[in-house]
Write a protein that binds this ligand. Structure first.
Ligand code: HEC
Length: 161
């Protein structure tokens, strides 16, 4: 009798161990996801937003050609919702945005707005204020970089020749 109980006990132990192993290997992708989430929330903490842009090298003085290109993109795709003053129309006015936000955050907002509105607390706060979701403007990273240059010029930074 004792041996039977012992046998059942041991097989039960064995069974739970293999169960565990099965679980942990199926947990692998979930773990990866958690790591990725942690990475993006780290960027959120640094105020850089969520997206591919993790580092921007700024120009001083600003590059005139980029400012010019950024200006025409702004006029074509952004001016209907964003004024250059601090006045809000549909979206917030752009005045002093380069002082409020990190350049990475601004570029992620321009190129990755859907994810930003889902995951970045600052972007979500804006959505609460404005009540309208900014539509994805389909700008390339390069175009977004020119718009950023234009935003610095709008905030009074010197433009080179
Ligand atoms: C249809 C209106 C609309 C258009 C067009 C639009 N936006 Fe927006 N934008 C918004 C709204 C609304 C918000 C606030 C967040 C939200 O509610 O989605 C916003 C927020 C932003 C912010 C953050 C502002 C802040 O104060 O931090 C940036 C940067 C921005 N937009 C850049 C742009 C750029 C650059 C373009 C053009 C390429 C553009 N947007 C086009 C509506 C628009």
């Amino acid at each position: 009798m004792k041996t039977i109980i012992l046998f059942i006990g041991i097989s039960l132990l064995f069974w739970t161990c293999t169960q565990d192993q099965g679980q942990s290997s199926s947990n692998q992708p979930a773990k990866k996801k958690v790591e990725k989430k942690a990475e993006s929330s780290k960027k959120v903490e640094e105020g850089k937003g969520v997206g591919e842009i993790t580092h921007v090298d700024l120009n001083n003085p600003l590059v005139a050609e980029m400012v010019e290109k950024g200006t025409s993109i702004y006029e074509l795709k952004c001016a209907s919702c964003h004024k250059l003053t601090d006045k809000r129309v549909v979206g917030p006015g752009f005045a002093a945005i380069t002082e409020r936000r990190k350049p990475e955050w601004i570029m992620n907002m321009i190129t990755n707005v859907d994810v930003m509105l889902k995951e970045d607390p600052e972007a979500q706060a804006l959505l609460k204020e404005c009540l309208v979701r900014m539509p994805n403007q389909n700008l390339s990273t390069e175009d977004a970089r020119s718009v950023l240059e234009f935003l610095y010029a709008n905030d009074g930074q010197e433009v080179g020749s």
